[in-house]
Design a binder for this molecule. Sequence first.
Ligand SMILES: C[S@@+](CC[C@H](N)C(=O)[O-])C[C@H]1O[C@@H](n2cnc3c(N)ncnc32)[C@H](O)[C@@H]1O
Length: 261
Amino acid sequence: MNHLMGLMRPAVEDVLARHPNNAVMVDAGSGNAYLGFVLYELFLKNAPGGTLLSIEGRPDLTERAKGRAERLGFSRMQFQTAHIDTAQYPERIHLLMALHACDTATDDALVAAIRHGADHVAVVPCCQAEVAAQLKEKRPVAAGGGSSMSLLYSHAWHRREFGSHLTNVVRALTLEAFGYQVTVTELTGWEHSLKNELILGRRVHRENRRARVQLERLLAETGVAPKLTRELGVKPATVSASEEPEAPEPVAPEDSEPGPA
Ligand SMILES: C[S@@+](CC[C@H](N)C(=O)[O-])C[C@H]1O[C@@H](n2cnc3c(N)ncnc32)[C@H](O)[C@@H]1O
């Protein structure tokens, strides 16, 4: 947790510096809201304002966390029992995080971040099954035919690992396409968790057309359609574009408009 806080500190401090009275942070798939409690204790408790909304699908966990927040006097912690994809979000989110939100729930969290113009995102994806299932539909044909790339996922074990890797590559590239500067790093030692990939995003452009083209090509070449790109309306490339797309125009995050609805 200390290591995660160290990695998130620049994002949290940036949000609080720019929105000291009304910072909006969201923890999607919050479970017992441990991340929220630590963040509140370290950063929000003594700030003049700002809220932290925890969204969790299990009502028992929401109720328990709510009671704990009341006992601690953490009055600007808010709780909502909802699915991440249908939750009621504040119009503008400044920081969205999702720690080990299962399967496509991480995609739902990223969709919310992009739609609500989050300046910062931090996700540690959990297990992933959707893309592995899509890859199964595209099983490689017998030796002598098809692309040898498909041999990367012809065995179920490889398909699971490759599917998970591909999912996270698509997540990082999607964030880039929607204007985020992305860092992918290790959360903690492998001995603590196999779900260990931290994707950090900071919004610096309105959009990044080069990343968008790369993303569309990747979808076309792999034949997958993860929930994240489906929800955001990103389609696979239909032609092999040889033109290099323009570099993105930088824009300060505070000037940026929320992403597409
Ligand atoms: C592995 S736990 C992680 C909890 C917390 N983020 C943490 O790291 O301690 C995943 C949590 O996400 C919740 N969850 C999974 N999918 C969800 C969804 N689509 N909407 C809301 N909550 C979800 C689960 O109920 C569970 O509490």
